[in-house]
Design a protein. Structure first.
Length: 171
């Protein structure tokens, strides 16, 4: 986005409304559809050798519940406030090059950390039955099989009474 007009007049401002798709906004569990644009409303303000961009970024993320695999989606509305300057300070400000600012990296830095890493349809989600795959949120599955791992059968046979005396440890 060209900001030459702002840089010529320190203290001047410009309101900007953008609707742009930004590909690659995702983590391993959640994604923002690259075909669905983000809505960006910004106020650009010129300082002596920098531009401050402040406003809101709105969009929608999609995922599946980590327990029951139900599709999920939710809107987000995040506040953005970033400084662009010719000599950016690493991890504090962004570059201002050739009288232009590039919003892609600040958008990534804002949106991606806010996406859920373990999306859940509900905190009390019961998930899926490990035997038959039924959604346990809809009620008991009725498959009747307890999920037992046969590798633990030897330990299940080992019964310790509560009043048993502890065994001495070998030296």
């Amino acid at each position: 986005m060209n900001v030459a007009d702002l840089l010529r007049r320190p203290g001047s401002t410009r309101e900007v409304h953008l609707e742009v798709p930004v590909p690659g906004l995702e983590n391993p569990a959640t994604t923002v559809d690259a075909n669905e644009p983000l809505t960006i409303d910004l106020r650009l303000e010129s300082l002596s050798a920098a531009v401050v961009a402040s406003g809101h970024v709105q969009g929608r993320w999609r995922a599946v519940c980590s327990r029951c695999l139900a599709p999920l989606e939710a809107d987000f509305d995040l506040a953005l406030r970033e400084v662009f300057e010719e000599d950016p300070i690493e991890e504090e400000t962004y570059p201002l090059r050739n009288d232009e600012i590039d919003l892609e990296q600040p958008l990534r830095d804002l949106v991606v950390p806010e996406l859920p890493l373990v999306p859940l349809c509900d905190e009390d989600c019961q998930g899926l039955c490990p035997s038959c795959g039924a959604n346990l949120n809809e009620g008991p599955c009725g498959c009747g099989s307890e999920s037992r791992d046969p590798r633990w059968d030897a330990l299940r046979a080992f019964a310790v009474s509560e009043d048993a005396e502890p065994r001495p440890e070998p030296n």
